[in-house]
Design a protein around this ligand. Structure first.
Ligand code: NAI
Ligand code: MG
Length: 502
């Protein structure tokens, strides 16, 4: 049942030059220290060692960044560029990400802990693709012409149309689970629509966003269009969310902080989009291809150490195959190689931070105390760094915290179900509604459950498939609005109606 470990990480030589220079913030095209002069430590989660000191931005720095974004939006070269020019610059960011893929992947592994191969094929590749996808949209943002009837003015003629205009200065606050990719999801549509941005990366993982800031400048995005302020949520993040000259805030993170963002936005009624937590059901029917479903169920929860908002953390298995599936997922969990993301053998890295390690181990203790039973894992790994065992819990029931709350770690609760009606109720028995998985060979059954499950994304016979073209976001308390796809552009546009008397 114990997980094996790999050797500790060292800082790859490719990163030495980036890490040796002071890590400053990007404001109005300049790399600057925090006005307070303060910095904070950034850790390698595989070793618990400090790897960088980063400028600790706060309200004054946010104010400077917002002023810079405002000036760039109102009167900078960005506002005068054609959509085609804008699109070409955004495309170039994608090219530069690809050209620097190895370095960016290493940075992600060092800062977040994830396996290097995952960082490269998932985080970095999808980030490049997101900019390219959004680059194409820059030239395709169009309003409509609308015929009017105006019943109280018979015989009069009008020419009416809508303009789609960028919303203005946007604040973007992102989490630590996919640091570069979350920056790409946010920056891509904001740039495509012509907005200007103040981005606040998560304090746990600010490094790849700072490297991306260098690439954004290299691509030729004008000064002040993308500003990056590093710092803590309660200070820099809160100052950005409440700033009265910010027109919109886009947030990804916990549902708890999402609610604080809504409160902070009331001052100037800035627009808000939120991508929040989840507790997604993954449903395996007894007519599924069982081997594929077992592997898929393991991947749905263990990918990225379980630190995925759409992780398949509630595993529902039809009763006749419950024992077989639990045994299969448990075997995968027990044999997973847990270790440094730089070890090519590693399948699961550390959690991102000591705080997350404490949080996930707290959930494990609570679940076991409430009567759940670990058929794999169940504890932490005895070595430096923030390692938790891939864990499968059985005998879990709906009222347990491990079934209700987002753990955001490699912990799945497996529960049996008997029939279609019951599984629909169980799947929807959550305050969240981000994603769901369905495994069956019966297409009618799959489409029926896909329709009745309250979730923003439903995967059938697959899981964790993300694409720049496919909208992603939450029902219920999993959020407001959609990321990716052309739906994401709407978050950054407003509609103006123009009516002309002929
Ligand atoms: P968090 O929601 O506190 O942090 C996310 C981002 O929000 C970070 O950039 C942080 O600096 C910022 N932030 C924090 N407090 C803020 C405030 N008052 N005003 C403005 N910005 C603020 O998430 P945390 O504490 O890192 O993780 C706690 C839990 O949140 C996780 O265990 C997980 O359940 C959930 N989470 C969900 C994510 C998702 O992708 N939906 C991502 C990260 C965490
Ligand atoms: Mg927090």
């Amino acid at each position: 049942m114990s997980s094996s470990t790999a050797s500790p990480s060292t800082i790859p030589s490719d990163l030495e030059s980036f890490l040796s220079s002071p890590k400053r913030m990007l404001i109005n095209g300049k790399w600057v220290n925090a006005k307070s002069g303060k910095t904070f430590d950034v850790y390698d989660p595989a070793t618990d060692q400090v790897i960088a000191k980063v400028a600790e931005g706060d309200r004054d720095d946010i104010n400077a960044a917002v002023s810079s974004a405002r000036a760039a939006f109102d009167s900078g070269p960005w506002s005068k560029m054609t959509a085609s020019e804008r699109g070409r610059l955004i495309w170039k960011i994608g090219d530069l990400i690809e050209a620097n893929a190895d370095e960016l992947a290493q940075l992600e592994t060092l800062d977040n802990g994830k396996p290097l191969a995952v960082a490269k094929v998932a985080d970095v590749a999808l980030a490049a693709d997101m900019f390219r996808y959004m680059a194409g949209w820059a030239t395709k943002i169009e309003g409509n012409t609308i015929s009017l009837n105006v019943p109280y003015s018979p015989g009069s003629e009008f020419h009416a149309y809508t303009l789609k205009e960028p919303i203005g200065v946007v604040g973007q606050i992102i989490p630590w689970n996919f640091p570069l990719l979350m920056a790409a999801w946010k920056l891509g549509p904001a740039l495509a629509t012509g907005c200007t941005i103040v981005l606040k990366p998560a304090e746990q993982t600010p490094l790849s966003a700072l490297r991306l800031g260098e690439l954004v400048a290299e691509a030729g995005i004008p000064d002040g269009v993308v500003n990056i302020v590093t710092g803590f949520g309660e200070t820099a993040g809160a100052a950005l969310a409440s700033h009265n000259d910010v027109d919109k805030v886009a947030f990804t993170g916990s549902t708890e902080v999402g609610k604080l963002i809504i409160g902070a936005a009331t001052g100037n009624l800035k627009k808000v989009t939120l991508e929040l937590g989840g507790k997604s059901p993954n449903v395996i029917y007894d007519d599924a291809d069982i081997d594929t479903a077992i592997a898929g169920a393991a991947d749905a929860i263990f990918f990225n150490q379980g630190q995925v908002c759409s992780a398949g953390s509630r595993l529902y298995v039809q009763r006749g195959i419950y024992d077989e599936v639990v045994a299969g997922v448990s075997e995968i969990a027990a044999n997973m190689k847990v270790g440094s993301g730089f070890d090519p053998e590693t399948q699961m890295g550390p959690l991102v931070s000591r705080e997350q390690f404490d949080r996930v181990s707290g959930f494990l203790r609570a679940g076991l105390a409430e009567g759940a039973e670990a058929s794999a894992g169940g504890g932490t790994v005895d070595r430096n760094g923030y390692f938790v065992q891939p864990t499968v819990l059985k005998n879990a029931s709906p009222e347990m915290s491990v079934v209700r709350e987002e753990i955001f770690g490699p912990v799945v609760a497996a529960m049996p179900f008997d029939n279609d009606g019951e599984i629909t109720t169980q799947a929807n028995n959550s305050t969240y509604g981000l994603a769901a998985g369905i495994w069956t060979r019966d297409i009618s059954k799959a489409h029926r459950l896909a329709k009745s499950v309250k979730a923003g994304t439903v995967w059938v016979n697959c899981y964790s498939i993300f694409d720049a073209a496919l909208p992603f976001g939450g029902y219920k308390q999993s959020g407001w609005g959609r990321e990716m796809g052309h739906a994401a552009l709407e978050n950054y546009l407003q509609t103006k109606s123009v009516c002309v008397s002929l």
